[in-house]
Design a protein around this ligand. Structure first.
Ligand SMILES: [Zn+2]
Length: 112
């Protein structure tokens, strides 16, 4: 995974963004931890499964659905299925070795 550091991108609300498997991190955010790198690797896997374009499309659509549901931009972001999976599993550094394909689908409904 290639990581780039940038002064002005992504916008201030985000620490890092994954574009086609390349991760761009805001310089003022600092270095990514191993768990954060794992988070981005999980997104890269999701992207490949969704043939990239459908990942970004469904990501945006689900964010809008969550925005209506939660009426809060940040809450909407944290509750996108892709983010739920990535946040819940990022601390498990061997997660991707045993992850089943399309595992993010199981995160569409919130699990207790
Ligand atoms: Zn994420």
């Amino acid at each position: 995974m290639k990581i780039f550091y940038s002064k002005h991108f992504p916008p201030k609300d985000f620490g890092a963004i994954n574009l086609l498997g390349m991760v761009i991190v805001r310089k003022d955010y600092g270095r990514l931890s191993e768990a954060e790198k794992n988070h981005e690797r999980i997104h890269t896997r999701q992207m490949l499964e969704m043939l990239v374009i459908f990942f970004y499309l469904s990501y945006g659509i689900e964010w809008l659905i969550r925005l209506i549901q939660y009426r809060d931009r940040l809450k909407a972001y944290y509750n996108i299925s892709y983010e739920r999976e990535a946040y819940r599993c990022m601390d498990d550094l061997s997660y991707l070795k045993r992850r089943r394909p399309f595992a993010f689908i199981h995160y569409y409904r919130r699990r207790k």
